[in-house]
Every structure is written in structure tokens, then in C-alpha cells.
Design a protein around this ligand. Structure first.
Ligand code: ATP
Ligand code: ZN
Length: 304
């Protein structure tokens, strides 16, 4: 099947993910944990879905919103930064925005930040007036400047934005930051964030009308299940009946526990699905509150 063919009615779902880069492995891992498997193709553009009629298209991340808009693929996993920038670009060009964020996926986290030379005494956004700002995200930056009523010049660069101030191309930059190490190496410091980004599942604004509707719904349900239990653990322990209120207070992120009386009813055996991270410190607090025989078990799947 050619990935370029785009009939209006399809009985297979096609998901675009980044071919190689920061989002490729986590995107594949997420889809695999939702039960998808594929036959790898030689050209590494298209992977045929085996466990479900859901195929993968391996592309550059920047191409994903356009592929959804053109109907070449149905869904995509892409950074919110890319999706929002391209939505802004389409709006500016008078084109309809036919894609949107369906789900935040909890990986690929970063910020689109304004960063100024180390030596600047940062006082606030008003300082940006009349300055030249280098960025690969002109639409997001323009919208933000407009909302702040700041007039500044946007210098559009497609790569190596962080060296623009040193080269004299711009006074400051607006770029993606995660650890800040790249900025620091270029004598820049982030001063404010204009977008908090992470990988998202992107899809069309209008729902599917053919077999893809059911497939997309199945996939979403499974992905939601995987995302919901990402940090979850099953906690097993015993506690004296009178310690129960104190113990449960320490588990605000737990589903209502299953409780069984043991040893004539004075001791209780509990089983609780906890959604927060189960640190040693939390376990020690539970023990101090009366819990005994604490056991933390990994949770692989939950079907509500
Ligand atoms: P491609 O060849 O697919 O165009 P790329 O160089 O544009 O690759 P990556 O550097 O792999 O892409 O980044 C992909 C996405 O990862 C970004 O759009 C962003 O959403 C996310 N990301 C997370 N942390 C960072 C970071 N520190 N710098 C850049 N992107 C980041
Ligand atoms: Zn890219």
C-alpha cells in the first residue's frame, strides 16, 4: 500500500511518528504498550500493523501536522510546540486548522522560552520592545508578543538559534529549552516561558466516519489506560483496624482500597492501587502509622 494514497474511506488507521529523534522511541514504546505491533518494512517509511489494522508512518516531526491536514495519515505523535506553531502558521495564511491535540502524552517535555544574554539585567517583558528575537517559532512568538502588546523584530532561523546573539543576527532568542545546558554554553539565560510543551497525540478536528472511528476509539482507550497507570503501583499491607484512618490519610492518591479482616477482625489486610510515586519515605510513613508487611507491586494493565 502506498502511504501517499489517501482515499476518503479507509479501514486501517495510519499513525505518523518521528522517524528518528527525541520522540521516536517513547512514541513506539507507548503504542507497543497499547498492544500494537508491526512488520518492519525495508524502506523504513511505512510499518504495516500486525496485531491491529493500525499502520505507522515514520517521518520528520515537522511534517506530521501537514500529513494529518492532507489526510495522508490519521493521527500523529508530535511535540505540542510543532503542532501549535503550525496551527498558527495556517491561521496566519487563512487556512483552516484541521488538526488538534487529542491527548497529552507525558514525555518529550520542554519549554519554549525567551532567553537573553547572561549579562542582561532582566526586568520583564517590556524590555523586549524594539529588540531582534531569533526563533524557529515565529507564529507562537508573534502571538505571544501581540498578547503582551510588545513590538519587536522576529528573525526566523531554522536551526542553531542559540548562536544568533553571538553572531550579531539577533539580540536574544526564543527557543526550546529542557535542561538549559545549551543556553548556558552559549552565554544565554532563560527568563520566561511562552509555552509548556510535551509530546501529544494529534488528530483531526472532525471525527472519522468509517472504520477508523472505532479503531481510534480503541487505541485512545488503551492509551488512556497506559497513561493512567504510568506511575501506579499496587500496595499490599496489613494494619490494625484502629490505624486505618491514619494510614488512609497517607494514601490520598489511592483508589478506594479493598479491605479484608484477618485474625478475628482486629487486623485488616488491604490492597490499594496508588497513582503517585511510591517512595521509600512514603513507605516509612505508612509503617509509622501502623502498616505492616508492606509490598509494592508493579501494575501492567488496568481495564476499568
Ligand atoms: P526531525 O529530524 O524529526 O525534524 P528534530 O531535530 O526537529 O527532528 P528533535 O530534536 O528530535 O527533532 O525534537 C523533537 C521534539 O522533542 C521537539 O519538537 C520537542 O517537542 C521535543 N523536545 C524535548 N526536549 C527538547 C529539547 N531540549 N530541544 C528540542 N526539542 C525538545
Ligand atoms: Zn523537526
Amino acid at each position: 500500500m502506498s502511504p501517499a494514497a489517501s482515499p476518503a474511506v479507509r479501514d486501517r488507521l495510519r499513525i505518523a511518528i518521528q522517524k528518528s529523534g527525541r520522540l521516536s522511541e517513547p512514541a513506539r514504546a507507548l503504542l507497543a504498550s497499547a498492544g500494537l505491533s508491526w512488520r518492519e518494512s525495508r524502506d523504513r517509511l511505512f510499518c504495516y500493523g500486525e496485531s491491529l489494522p493500525v499502520d505507522l508512518l515514520l517521518v520528520r516531526d515537522d511534517d506530521i501536522p501537514g500529513l494529518i491536514a492532507d489526510g495522508v495519515c490519521d493521527l500523529g505523535i508530535v511535540g505540542r510546540n510543532v503542532l501549535a506553531e503550525q496551527a498558527g502558521e495556517r491561521e496566519a495564511a487563512g487556512l483552516p486548522v484541521v488538526f488538534r491535540e487529542w491527548r497529552a502524552l507525558g514525555f518529550g517535555g520542554c519549554r519554549l522560552s525567551i532567553a537573553v544574554p547572561d549579562g542582561w539585567d532582566w526586568q520583564g517583558p517590556a524590555q523586549l520592545a524594539g529588540k531582534r528575537i531569533a526563533t524557529s517559532y515565529p507564529n507562537l512568538l508573534r502571538a505571544w508578543l501581540r498578547a503582551q502588546a510588545i513590538e519587536a523584530d522576529i528573525v526566523v532561523l531554522n536551526g542553531s538559534v542559540e548562536i544568533a546573539p553571538r553572531l550579531g543576527q539577533a539580540d536574544l532568542i526564543c527557543d526550546l529549552v529542557s535542561s538549559g545546558a545549551t543556553l548556558a554554553a552559549n552565554q544565554l539565560k532563560p527568563v520566561l516561558d511562552i509555552l509548556h510543551s510535551e509530546a501529544v497525540l494529534a488528530g483531526p478536528v472532525t471525527p472519522f466516519v468509517d472504520a477508523r472511528a472505532e479503531l481510534a476509539e480503541l487505541l485512545l482507550r488503551r492509551m488512556d489506560g497506559v497513561l493512567r497507570i504510568r506511575d501506579s503501583k499496587l500496595l499490599l499491607f496489613q494494619a490494625p483496624r484502629e490505624a486505618l484512618p491514619q494510614v488512609l490519610q497517607l494514601l490520598p492518591d489511592a483508589e478506594p482500597p479493598t479491605v479484608c479482616p484477618v485474625e478475628g477482625g482486629e487486623t485488616l489486610a488491604l490492597q490499594a492501587l496508588c497513582h503517585g510515586v511510591m517512595t521509600w519515605q512514603r513507605l516509612e510513613e505508612l509503617k509509622r502509622a501502623g502498616a505492616r508487611g508492606l509490598m509494592v507491586l508493579p501494575v501492567e494493565r488496568v481495564l476499568a
